[in-house]
Design a protein around this ligand. Structure first.
Ligand SMILES: [Zn+2]
Length: 157
């Protein structure tokens, strides 16, 4: 009779312990899931900024695709830029205002100075690179030779 009582008590204790363990597992799973959802949400919300932050570091010293920059602002942009043809040349801008600014001040805005040689060049035919690391400002080059020389010189500084 006494033995059975002990067994019953032990069983009850075990049950309580199991419940506790189960609750703990549920809680941890829930926390991990929440953290995961939170991370994904943050990533999607700040995806462009994260990508942009990454680009200003990784693209330094590399040729930059025209559709990532605004020819009016001379900057690397968060989003893909809009191409348009003007005077038989392809230009890329981030907004209608920038398009307007480029076409109105065409002789000034559509041209750039080669960052290495100082030659005047048309932006639509230039090779584009980042002026500095961690900075969205871009520079233009007449050719790949000047491009390479510029970054070699920068790296020596
Ligand atoms: Zn722009």
């Amino acid at each position: 009779m006494k033995k059975r009582k002990i067994n019953k008590e032990a069983l009850k204790k075990k049950e309580i312990l199991d419940n506790k363990r189960f609750n703990k597992t549920i809680l941890i799973s829930f926390m991990i899931l929440s953290l995961l959802i939170f991370t994904v949400l943050i990533f999607y919300t700040y995806r462009c900024s994260t990508l942009f932050y990454y680009r200003t570091r990784v693209l330094y010293g590399k040729e930059i695709s025209s559709d990532l920059v605004c020819f009016n602002e001379n900057k690397l942009k968060h989003h893909k830029t809009i191409p348009f043809k003007y005077n038989h040349n392809n230009f890329y801008v981030c907004s209608n205002n920038c398009k307007l600014s480029l076409t109105i001040n065409y002789n000034k805005v559509a041209m750039a100075l080669d960052a290495f040689s100082g030659d005047t060049i048309l932006k639509s035919r230039a090779i584009i690179g980042l002026k500095k690391k961690k900075n969205p400002t871009i520079v233009y080059f007449k050719n790949k030779v000047n491009f390479n020389r510029y970054y070699r010189k920068q790296n020596k500084k």
